[in-house]
Ligand binder design. Structure first.
Ligand code: GLU
Length: 486
């Protein structure tokens, strides 16, 4: 069997992490079997669907490396096929028009609640006579089309994740609405369960892989496949992503869209690696860090857990740090430079400054910050004092008030030559010379220099920091300010 799977996102919002994780499992399964991964944009909810969400979803999938194999199918363009299927069901007597008003349905549900039974449609318009239908229409009532679901029906499938599944027709809430706004001669707007079945069959989807929140839909959809005489796909229902409290991850948990993770400085590699681990356990010996391709080689649903997967920020952070620490300085610079530019930051250029080219300076800064980064955003925040003059924090102010600090910094200022570059050896020599001249320990001077340059006692390697700020002509200005302030 050729494996053909699909992701069927609704463009009613940006790419959600749950949808992206479903995409990951579909992609891995398709690639493992040398099959195809297809996309279908489910834009039939005209009020809520927006083209910019489609763009966001496609961009997000591409960013994650989840390549698809054909132009995405646009569901709204297939409405005639959906209507034809509904007509087929109407003609076969497997579907009918229901004229129940919202108020009647509401009353029905209230009564069911009061008697302690589960809310369901009571199939009241299943067997209307043509005269009754006519009477409702002349009252101006709008019809929906409902598909008959026999209470006695049993539905079963062998789920790739959950094993044998059994449902009874009586658990499906009564005859299901498959189209809204359906006057006598038309079938109006087809709805989700119907269109998904028609489209999955038309796209020859072999495996439907989606979140377990669709399990009840699958039961309904299986009845539709049967009624329409369509071949059945295999189903796999993947566990939901849960928040720290064990509830389904939702908007209330803050970050949920792939774009937000990107903006927080997570790399596509780490995020996609992490999503793969959300519900799938790699085989023994594989470790937790791998590429999509590596995961695809060994992927199977046997190792997908049934239980929901708790979102674990520590693990995502760990993976992201690993990915960043493995980047070369050039790659890191390439990732960070756009963030720096977006702040309007310019690296010092020109050669008289002694710093070499802009690129070399950025490369050195990227290399300096690299080991301490968890996210790319850290590479923005930690780079800030290299582009913007920092305020002194409390620790730095205190350090600059320490005995001998001002004298040592003044001595250092006396040795600075803005017109020459500063090598590591020269920097070391100048530190030793200034400390001796001021009669302070070299450690005191180093701490004071860090305070003066970065406004803080924490930061990356001091000599490299100094050389970078020397290249941008900032070391003198900051030292003078520090001396003046102390
Ligand atoms: N449009 C549906 C959703 O986004 C698709 C579900 C499915 O895969 O059938 O939930």
């Amino acid at each position: 069997m050729t494996v053909r799977v699909r992701l069927a996102p609704s463009p009613t919002g940006t790419l959600h992490i749950g949808t992206a994780r479903t995409a990951v499992f579909n992609w891995l399964f398709a690639r493992h079997h040398g099959g195809e991964f297809l996309l279908r944009i489910e834009d039939t909810d005209r009020e809520r669907s927006r083209p910019e969400f489609t763009t966001d979803i496609l961009d997000g999938l591409a960013w994650l490396g989840l390549s698809w194999d054909a132009e995405p199918v646009i569901q709204s363009e297939r409405i005639e096929a959906h209507r034809a299927a509904i007509n087929q069901l109407l003609e076969a007597g497997l579907a009918y028009r229901c004229y129940a008003s919202e108020a009647e349905l509401e009353q029905m549900r209230e009564r069911q609640k009061a008697s302690g039974s589960a809310p369901r449609y009571d199939n009241r318009h299943r067997n209307l006579t043509p005269e009754q239908e006519q009477a409702f229409r002349s009252e101006g009532r709008e019809a929906v089309v409902r598909f008959r679901i026999d209470d006695g029906a049993t539905i079963g499938w062998n789920d790739l994740v959950r094993g044998e599944m059994r449902w009874s027709g009586s658990d499906l809430g009564g005859d299901m609405v498959i189209a809204r706004r359906a006057p006598a001669d038309q079938v109006g707007d087809p709805l989700y369960n119907l269109v998904v079945v028609v489209d999955d069959a038309a796209m020859a989807i072999s495996h439907v892989i989606r979140g377990e929140d669709h399990i009840a839909n699958t039961a309904k959809q299986l009845l539709l496949y049967e009624a329409l005489g369509l071949p059945l796909p295999v189903f796999a229902h993947t566990p939901l992503i849960l928040n720290q409290e064990g509830r389904k991850l939702s908007k209330r948990d803050g970050v949920t869209s792939v774009g937000e993770f990107k903006a927080m400085g997570y790399t596509a590699e780490a995020l996609v690696n992490y999503m793969t681990l959300l519900g799938w356990s790699p085989p023994e010996g594989m470790g937790e860090r791998f590429t999509l391709r590596e995961a695809a080689e060994v992927f199977s649903f046997d190792r997908v857990n049934r239980a929901g997967a708790r979102f674990d920020w520590d693990k995502l952070n760990w993976l992201n740090a690993q990915v960043l620490h493995d980047l070369s300085a050039a790659e890191l610079r390439q990732a960070l430079a756009p963030l720096w530019r977006a702040e309007g930051w310019q690296a010092p250029g020109g050669d008289e400054s002694g710093g070499g080219s802009r690129e070399a300076w950025e490369l050195e800064l990227a290399e300096l910050l690299g080991p301490s980064l968890t996210t790319l955003r850290d590479g923005l925040e930690q780079a800030r004092p290299f582009f913007e003059r920092p305020e002194l924090d409390a620790g730095a102010s205190q350090q600059l008030d320490a005995d001998g600090a001002t004298a040592a910094l003044t001595a250092l200022l006396g040795q600075l030559d803005e017109n020459a570059s500063l090598s590591v050896e020269q920097a070391q020599e100048q530190l030793a010379g200034a400390a001796a001249a001021a009669g302070v320990k070299k450690g005191v001077l180093m701490k004071s220099l860090r305070a003066a340059l970065l406004g803080s006692l924490k930061g990356p390697d001091l000599i490299t920091t100094w050389r970078l700020l020397h290249a941008s002509g900032e070391d003198r200005a900051r030292l003078m300010l520090a001396v003046a302030q102390s």
